[in-house]
Design a binder for this molecule. Structure first.
Ligand SMILES: Cc1cc2nc3c(=O)[nH]c(=O)nc-3n(C[C@H](O)[C@H](O)[C@H](O)COP(=O)(O)OP(=O)(O)OC[C@H]3O[C@@H](n4cnc5c(N)ncnc54)[C@H](O)[C@@H]3O)c2cc1C
Length: 493
């Protein structure tokens, strides 16, 4: 065995437990050097959003601290990745690089290029399967093609061999700290200047604990308090009924395998319900994440192009052509309380409940006929869990142009959605407090409330709360007419 250290290149796997690349490198090499390289333009078509960068800053600090407690130092450099890796290898004598495979189109391209460039200098690159539950090549339909329908995909996941058990975190890590040229140079995480210059992140700070320890705490909270009721509560934005693990999963602070096994083992201790083990409906959502990644792997144009080709020429307007309504949507000022509450929750915390994401997205693409790509951009900039695969799939689903998408003629009525999923109006009261004094009967349609009720609540329509930006019934008809222009028999196929 060579005495040279190996580089462990952390990317979207900012964790020590169940980190396949880290454990493999520790087993195969006498010592390791953990490395993080800031090269966002090599990874995504767009620069990471402000909320994502805030999260990454704190997640890197947490990783740095966890590594230091095990005797290792995180080396932080700026890209290009190839130059950074080659120079760290030259300074340390490393002959191998280990990382966990990424399935996003740009990263795939970069890894292919990097492998060649490193190998040309005698450095072996090992990309481990550490992100997904199932390899994208392993879940295919009977014709060997990728699934385009989620239910069939999920069935295939359930009949595939169970995902491997998570690997424990390493104890002490052998990490050389000095070399003949002295200690390796490293930027401080703060040098990357990831948090926004003007600090608007107090809502995010109050809501989240980025990093692996925060992820584990969140998983425990979910298992102890919400798993059992998940299938009933997951659609209720007024309850803390979901796991809120999405940003932790996005940054790889916890692995999908670890969640999978934790949920299965907790679920086995609870009597099964009428739909089977209590954890099943939650694992199904984890499988949606998996589905999104497999889709992006097989259809790399998903973030830019409708997966149903007949939607490619659909005349959605762009946000720049409709600046007034666009602004009202982004600010949570549309006059539809559920939409406004969602957009304000997003702005304040960097997160929005899934049911509300579906409603606000449908509102943008169907009521306002604004292109789903503009909505996806806004989410990209404001979500702490902004994720290329999940975001593109979610928006294409909402617009009706993705695979297995909501049919184009299903146009959510934001009032009925509010009355069904936020029946007492608590979610709206929290995020649109100017409506808080309204009784539940009117909270999702304040413009219909009797004058006396509005006066009693201190609400003046058009002054303290806006009139609806568009009337639902009119918008619905307009959207249906626009969608009717798509060649018959193909839309929604
Ligand atoms: C328009 C739109 C945009 C979206 N953009 C993103 C995004 O950028 N990043 C993101 O992580 N999710 C996105 N989603 C999916 C979903 O809304 C979030 O994953 C979920 O709300 C996160 O909350 P949670 O962790 O409490 O979810 P839970 O209900 O606790 O689910 C557990 C995990 O399963 C996965 N998951 C759940 N639902 C979905 C789904 N519909 N699609 C893919 N994975 C899912 C997530 O990783 C989630 O953390 C989007 C959905 C829509 C409709």
């Amino acid at each position: 065995m060579t005495q040279a250290p190996a580089l462990v290149w952390f990317r979207r796997d900012l964790r020590l437990t169940d980190n396949v690349a880290l454990t493999t490198a520790i087993h195969r090499c006498p010592s390791i050097l953990p490395v993080f390289i800031w090269a966002p333009e090599e990874e995504s078509p767009w620069a990471p959003g402000a909320a994502s960068q805030w999260w990454l800053h704190h997640s890197l600090l947490a990783l740095e601290d966890a590594l230091a407690r095990r005797g290792a130092k995180l080396i932080v450099r700026r890209g290009p990745a190839v130059e950074a890796l080659l120079s760290i290898a030259a300074e340390s004598g490393a002959e191998a690089v280990f990382c966990n495979r990424s399935y996003e189109p740009r990263s795939i391209e970069r890894d292919r290029m990097l492998e060649g460039a490193l190998e040309a200098r005698g450095i072996a690159m090992t990309a481990c399967a550490g992100d997904l539950l199932f390899d994208p090549g392993s879940i295919r339909n009977v014709s060997g093609k990728p699934f385009r329908v989620f239910t069939a995909f999920w069935k295939a996941c359930l009949s595939a061999p169970s995902p491997a058990k998570p690997i424990p975190a390493p104890g002490k890590i052998a990490c050389p700290l000095a070399f003949s040229g002295g200690p390796l140079a490293s930027l401080a995480v703060a040098d990357l200047e990831l948090p926004p210059k003007v600090d608007w992140t107090s809502g995010m700070r109050q809501t989240w604990q980025p990093g692996e320890a925060g992820a584990v705490k969140q998983l425990r909270r979910f298992l102890d308090h919400a798993l059992e009721g998940y299938s009933d509560d997951r659609n209720r934005p007024d309850h803390e009924g979901t796991s809120r693990l999405s940003p932790h999963l996005h940054f790889g602070e916890i692995s999908a395998r670890r969640i999978w096994h934790a949920v299965e083992s907790r679920s086995a201790r609870i009597p099964a319900g009428k739909d089977g083990p209590v954890g099943r409906s939650y694992l199904r959502e984890i499988a949606w994440r998996e589905f999104a990644r497999h889709l992006l792997f097989h259809f790399p144009s998903m973030p830019h192009q409708p997966l149903q080709s007949e939607f490619r020429h659909f005349p959605w307007g762009r946000s720049r052509q409709k600046p007034k309504v666009w602004k009202r949507w982004t600010r949570g000022d549309t006059g539809y309380p559920l939409v406004d509450a969602g957009m304000r929750q997003l702005w304040h915390t960097g997160w929005m409940h899934n049911r509300v994401r579906m409603v606000v997205a449908s509102f943008l693409v169907k009521h306002l006929l604004i292109d789903w790509r503009d909505g996806a951009d806004w989410f990209w900039d404001t979500l702490v869990d902004a994720d290329l695969a999940n975001n593109a799939m979610g928006w294409q689903w909402s617009a009706g142009c993705g695979v297995d998408a909501a049919p184009y003629f299903r146009i959510f009525n934001p009032v009925l959605q509010g009355e069904r999923f936020d029946p007492h109006g608590d979610y709206v009261r929290r995020w649109a407090p100017e409506l808080a004094p309204l009784p539940a009967a009117w909270i999702h349609k304040p413009w219909k409330a009797p004058a006396a009720v509005l006066a009693e609540a201190g609400i003046e329509m058009g002054k303290t709360y806006p009139w609806p930006v568009v009337a639902h019934e009119e918008a619905r008809k307009r959207a249906l007419a626009a969608f009717a222009g798509i060649p018959r028999g193909t839309a929604g196929a």
